[in-house]
Design a protein around this ligand. Structure first.
Ligand code: GLN
Length: 555
């Protein structure tokens, strides 16, 4: 029988509820329990795949796709999920399933289609009970796919939002139906520290908990996000005003590394408290917690520092590339290296190409994934600059496609080479829509998605990274490098390092004489703190080698 932990958010969004959810999962894992997680996103998009990352952060891609079938004969492919799934995978080391990302789009789509198919015949279809029942059904079904000991459900948005209300009502009903020791409600809230008065302020939290109470929900645990740890008297105050014992008020301060959070929670007795509330007999936690502690230490102790320029078009919010940021940090931690990231809007280079020389200050360049026209020329210019200056460069997906365009322009001299996504009337479309994409009309869920097998060519840099000719990585794209142009590029020294097993598509390119590598897939989605992605690891290793060589030359 599955036990449920519901995680709601108060006061503000963006306070790290995903990291809290993942950390709660981790402390159950410390006790040898199995864990799965779910995220509820109250927006009306069916999945986040159509969202600009500036709106809602990165779009994460799962290992598998889910064939969402609200009624017979109507199937929607879901593989793109909320970025929190990346956090869950990185903390829990479990492949998440797209069925575990509920959106309001999916819920309402199901209810409306069911009405058309006569499922509620004779009834007025309403938010309560029809929408709430659909929500409960989705939570229960998803939890039973793996039947973990604990199912942690993160409710997106903030308590008080109109769009979150049906979910909170569904959770109220579930708590009643399942009974006391089967569910726990954790409320994560912001407790600002006001420097001017030197105090933590609890009022916004009091209001947010009142809001929850007015909907029939009493939190069991309050997690207080703040830049400083919560002093005892603040915990006491929250306890008094919010109707929870003071040991159930848990501090969630700023940390050097997010991977520390499960340990910080454990120190405050959160694991024990959760087990008590859920009446779970816990195993000893020593061995697994020690493993994690050793891992976290790696993220804090560095011998080296590497500066990486992340060049892209969604640099306004850091979360746009969160899996890449984390994959770089995983590789860095493994190699005793701190990774310092600088986000550079590629449009800057279009405005003034002289600015490209700032790239000389970096040890490596990462050309990011993306879509559309804006900022593309600047990204191509950076790739050309890296090739001329032999700056290590890793291009991911769009980044790999733009690296290819840069190579064609630079070494074959086709100055108007482009992608049909960017300039459909260019004379040389060296990146073009994949054949199977040409007749697709609907945009949502129709890209090449999820994990695919590839053949890696021996002797390449990519082979050196994986040490294998067979790899499986995740994809999310519509366009691809055109093979005829790849042949021309090969004649000028470009190396094709990987091919899709099913479709023979070009999945990896690289240069011979410098560590400049592009991959059509997203290795960052499978990177975990304890298992860094081979591509990212090889990238950082080469940067370190490069730095060493440079230093020696200087001596
Ligand atoms: N826009 C490109 C494509 O669709 C690349 C996508 C990406 O970077 N994920 O092929």
């Amino acid at each position: 029988m599955v036990k449920y932990v519901f995680v709601t958010g108060g006061v503000l969004s963006g306070i790290g509820k995903g990291v809290v959810t993942a950390s709660i999962g981790k402390i159950f894992q410390f006790r040898g329990l199995t864990v799965d997680a779910m995220k509820i996103d109250p927006y009306l998009n069916v999945d986040p795949g159509t969202l600009n990352p500036i709106e809602h952060g990165e779009v994460f891609v799962c290992e598998e796709v889910w064939r969402f079938q609200p009624v017979p004969g109507q199937t929607f492919i879901i593989a793109e999920v909320d970025q929190d799934f990346g956090t869950y995978e990185r903390f829990l080391d479990v492949d998440m399933h797209p069925q575990n990302n509920i959106t309001s789009g999916q819920i309402y789509l199901s209810v409306v289609l069911k009405e058309r198919f006569g499922e509620y015949l004779g009834k007025t279809v309403q938010v309560i009970p029809h929408v709430t029942s659909e929500i409960k059904k989705r939570i229960i079904e998803a939890s039973h796919r793996r039947n973990p000991d604990v199912f942690v459900v993160e409710v997106g948005g903030t308590v008080g939002d109109i769009e979150t209300m049906p979910y909170l009502e569904a959770i109220r009903q579930l708590r009643l139906e399942l009974g006391r020791s089967w569910t726990v409600l954790v409320h994560v809230t912001l407790i600002p520290y006001l420097g001017t008065v030197g105090q933590h302020k609890t009022k916004p939290t009091q209001h947010s908990v009142k809001n929850l109470q007015s909907m029939g929900l009493q939190p069991d645990i309050i997690i207080g996000r703040s830049n400083k740890p919560l002093p005892e008297d603040v915990k006491e105050k929250i306890s008094l005003f919010c109707n929870v014992p003071s040991r159930a008020v848990i501090s969630d301060p700023d940390l050097e590394t997010i991977y520390d959070l499960p340990l910080i929670f454990e120190e405050q007795g959160l694991g024990e408290l959760l087990c008590q509330l859920l009446e779970i007999k816990a195993n000893s936690i020593n061995e697994k917690i020690e493993e994690w502690r050793t891992l976290v230490e790696r993220f804090k102790n560095h011998r080296e520092l590497v500066n990486i320029a992340m060049i892209g078009k969604y640099c306004k919010i850091i979360d746009s590339y969160i899996s890449i940021n984390e994959a770089l940090r995983h590789a860095g931690a493994y190699l005793g290296t701190k990774i310092r990231l600088s986000f550079i809007e590629s449009e800057e280079f279009e405005e003034d190409p002289m600015r490209l020389s700032v790239l000389d200050n970096y040890d490596g360049i990462l050309l990011t994934p993306g879509f559309g026209v804006r900022g593309v020329e600047g990204m191509i210019m950076s790739a050309q600059y890296a090739m001329r200056k032999k700056i290590p460069l890793l291009g991911i997906c769009f980044g790999a496609q733009l690296l290819f365009i840069a190579f064609i322009r630079e070494f074959i001299g086709l100055r108007d080479a482009n992608s049909s996504e960017v300039k459909p009337d260019a004379a040389h479309l060296v990146v073009d829509l994949m054949e199977e994409q040409k007749n697709i009309q609907a945009i949502g869920g129709t890209m090449k998605l999820s994990s695919k097998r590839m053949r890696v060519i021996r002797g390449t840099k990519l082979y050196k990274a994986y040490g294998s000719t067979e790899i499986v990585e995740r994809f999310r794209h519509r366009y691809q490098i055109v093979p005829a142009y790849a042949k021309m590029a090969e004649a000028k020294g470009l190396i094709i390092s990987a091919y899709g097993e099913e479709d023979n598509s070009i999945c990896g390119i690289e240069l011979e004489d410098s560590w400049i590598v592009g991959v059509q897939f997203h290795p960052e989605f499978k990177s975990r703190p304890n298992k860094p992605s081979p591509v990212y690891l090889e990238y950082i290793r080469n940067i370190l080698g490069n730095k060493k060589k440079k230093a020696e030359n200087r001596i």
